[in-house]
Design a protein around this ligand. Structure first.
Ligand SMILES: [Zn+2]
Length: 157
């Protein structure tokens, strides 16, 4: 059983793409932090499939289940979600986490036959009024440049 226990329901088919998020938490937000956080918070307020932290990757929900991660029905139902964690902390650590998140995204694209492009690799802010993924956007110079970077990197990994 996954940490989130399929609370958002089963998708019933493969995911069609991936949302990249920034978990707006401090440098102390490691996998243990998220494991505890997920168990002590109302999951209806949001959770993702994967949390990429300095000490590893926490899988909170199985790929075949949905997650409440982006505030948009199609995105929640059909897409995987990856949080790049510790986005409020050290820049170098955040960049490492982001790279690991993109590696994971590349693996998932291969696993499910997803071609990385504008429709399959999504930023949270594309579908919802949020700054997420705020640190990635800051580093890469805006939404369009961030998306282009993600797609290029995922394709090459
Ligand atoms: Zn987000």
């Amino acid at each position: 059983m996954s940490i989130c226990g399929g609370i958002a329901g089963a998708r019933g088919r493969n995911p069609i793409g991936i949302f990249i998020h920034n978990g707006a938490d401090s440098r102390n937000a490691n996998t243990q932090f998220y494991r505890n956080w997920l168990r002590t918070h109302d999951l209806e307020n949001g959770f993702a499939h994967y949390y990429v932290c300095s000490d590893g990757i926490l899988q909170a929900e199985d790929d075949w289940n949905r997650a409440w991660h982006c505030g948009q029905t199609n995105g929640n139902n059909e897409y995987l979600s990856i949080e790049v964690c510790q986005s409020m902390g050290d820049l170098e650590q955040f960049k490492k986490n982001e790279e690991e998140a993109l590696k994971l995204a590349a693996q998932k694209c291969k696993q499910y036959g997803i071609i990385p492009n504008n429709d399959t690799i999504k930023l949270h802010r594309e579908v919802y009024a949020t700054s997420c993924p705020h640190r990635s956007v800051e580093i890469h110079g805006g939404s369009a440049a961030t998306k282009a970077y993600f797609i290029k990197r995922i394709t090459s990994l």
